[in-house]
Design a protein around this ligand. Sequence first.
Ligand code: IMP
Length: 183
Amino acid sequence: MEIGTPETVKEVLINADQLRSRVAELGAQITADYDGKNPLFVCILKGAVMFLTDLLKNVNIPSQVDFMQVSSYGGATESSGIVKIIKDLDISAEGRHVVIVEDIVDTGITMKHLIELLSARRPASLNICALLDKKERRLVEIPLTYVGFEIPNAFVVGYGLDYAEYYRNLPFIGVLDPQVYRS
Ligand code: IMP
């Protein structure tokens, strides 16, 4: 099986129409909730990029966007929740109404660390908007204000989410054939 090819995606979990309408709903909800608050959207690279751009087209209030990239340390230290900042914000989060835009919350370890990191910068408020919630895998409790879809425990790709940097371009969320990562 060649990585990145259509036959390696065994099932479409969320199609493009479903994504479009749910993301529009989230954008409308955020527009209502943040009216007059000038929110700062913090997009977590790279997986949340496609979600962010579609979401923002549905946010009709003054707002700003910035990007952050983090990576989990692998191996033994991963469960300790240590994440390394690869790219930090350019805009200060202090006193801002921050909305973290993330592709997927899985164990929650990455998000827990991000919350700690951004809370320390004293934002006026801090909420999370996650496209996907893989709830049954959660190891640490994370308060998610906005969730696109709850999904079962499967490795998913597409609409920004990758496996080995492939599949981000797919316009839907699909389940990756386990043969791809087992081989
Ligand atoms: P967590 O720290 O375990 O919650 O992992 C969060 C990160 O793992 C996400 O931001 C993704 O980059 C990655 N991830 C977790 N599950 C998946 C998946 O099913 N597909 C693609 N990436 C995933």
